[in-house]
Design a binder for this molecule. Structure first.
Ligand code: ST9
Length: 396
């Protein structure tokens, strides 16, 4: 009659996955309005009635030219701005209106990306067990994760986690949490969705606000979604990138170098001009620690790279300190060029671009098996993920 009760250790082993978490599907989406970077200074100063601020316009033009960006997408268009002229005034109490728009638009954009990730994964949305949703536009509860779950028809038992205001490291943090969930819950399938629209932080030009001019030159809107799970079901699921190791590092004394704050006029942010150098000085230590933990001595040029393209100078500094060959950061530079910095969402676009590049590899070309994803944001926080690309991805 019955079997002896299992020990806690046995229960725990049965609950955990056997293998590592892996990326099983990726999808991305952007709003329809696309603005060429060369046209952005004229567009921005016209729609914000700032044409008389010629020095600021000249500065924005200089930064745009050096940004490495060709075009960006944005939810906020001229019609929406005409309906909300106070959005150009940083001091007007426009937070409620911005949150109203973002509360609908952010999960809808996420749903477009997630639908593509689910189709790429190949199983029904109802088989998703966990949802991690990251945005800097969520300032309301129930929040975007709840709305996204209902737009996708996820199960009412889906376990939801909301990450707010992680800025550009939101994608990295979400993927690391998804890895933990997938490896510690046998059979778990985690949907990660990052969705950012800059409307919450859009202002007109104003003297003495260099951060605003920098932001106007760099940021764009987009959403990225990823399905993460361990022990892929054969003939149904295909691991795109296995997640071998994850870590988070905070650079001491840099609390004030990147910051974001919600106030009555929307979101204010500060990005110091030291950021590219600070990251350049700290990324190699994070990489050495990560590969030491795996017992591997890696040569940086033997890896594939998915670096958050926070700005062209960040990629330049990292390329220089690591001695990377030309083209090693091509996926990051391509995403920066075609979409700008979409905060936490951007690394998901880079992973998707890397996957595309592997699939169309040239005949006889040897591709790195191991690689790294890194994302950065307020803190200053560095997220590091060591990835392994199984052969199945390589266009065979
Ligand atoms: C269609 C889209 C709509 C957009 C809507 C916008 C709404 C914004 C929304 C924002 C959301 C904010 C979320 C915050 C999350 C943070 C997370 C991150 O990614 S962390 C972000 C990580 N990203 C970064 O940290 C950006 C990294 N930086 C770079 O990539 C480059 O420095 C560069 C491309 C900006 C300029 O190229 P470079 O070769 O350096 O060229 P030069 O040396 O010749 O300088 C040219 C001009 O740039 C100036 N300037 C430079 N830095 C800053 C600054 N921090 N500050 C101010 N100004 C700055 C410099 O003073 C000079 O001015 P001037 O003398 O001509 O008057």
């Amino acid at each position: 009659m019955g079997s002896a009760p299992a020990t806690v250790g046995e229960i725990r082993r049965a609950q955990r996955a056997d293998g590592p978490a892996a990326v099983l599907g990726i999808g991305t989406a952007n709003p329809p309005t696309c603005i060429a970077q060369d046209d952005y200074p004229d567009y921005y100063f016209r729609v914000t009635n700032g044409e008389h601020l010629t020095d600021l316009k000249a500065k924005l033009t200089r930064i745009c030219k050096k940004s490495g960006i060709r075009q960006r997408y944005m939810h906020l268009n001229e019609d929406l701005l005409a309906a909300h002229p106070d959005f150009t005034d940083r001091k007007s109490p426009s937070l409620d209106a911005r949150v109203d728009i973002a509360s609908a638009a952010v999960p809808e954009l996420a749903a477009s990306a997630a639908a593509k990730a689910i189709a790429d994964w190949g199983r029904p949305a109802t088989e998703i067990t966990h949802l991690i949703f990251s945005t800097y536009s969520g300032a309301r509860a129930p929040s975007g994760d709840r709305r996204l779950a209902s737009l996708l028809g996820l199960s009412p038992t889906v376990s939801r986690t909301m990450l707010n205001l992680h800025g550009c490291y939101g994608g990295g943090r979400s993927l690391q949490l998804a890895k933990e969930l997938a490896e510690n819950n046998r059979g778990a399938r985690v949907l990660v969705a990052c969705s950012e629209i800059t409307l919450i932080a859009f202002y007109g030009p104003e003297g003495g606000c260099p951060d605003n001019i920098l932001g106007q030159a760099l940021f764009g809107d987009g959403s990225g979604a990823v399905i993460i799970g361990a022990d892929p079901v054969s003939n149904v699921e295909r691991p795109l990138f296995e997640m071998a190791f994850a870590s988070q590092t905070t650079i001491p004394g840099t609390e004030d170098d990147i910051s974001m704050e919600i106030n009555k006029g929307g979101m204010e942010y500060h990005i110091s001009n030291k950021v590219p150098r600070l990251l350049g000085c700290n990324v190699e230590r994070c990489l050495i620690d990560a590969f030491d933990a795996l017992g591997v001595r890696a040569k940086w040029n033997d890896l594939f790279w998915a670096i958050h393209p926070g700005g062209r100078a960040i990629l330049d500094h990292i390329e220089e300190v690591l001695g990377l060959d030309d083209g090693k950061l091509a996926a990051s530079r391509h995403v920066l060029s075609e979409f700008g910095n979409m905060s936490g969402t951007t690394v998901i676009f880079v992973l998707d671009e890397l996957r595309r590049r592997r699939v169309v590899k040239k005949e006889g070309e040897a591709l790195p098996e191991w690689g790294v994803m890194m994302a950065f944001g307020p803190g200053i926080t560095i997220e590091t993920l060591v990835l392994h690309a199984p052969d199945s991805l390589d266009g065979n």
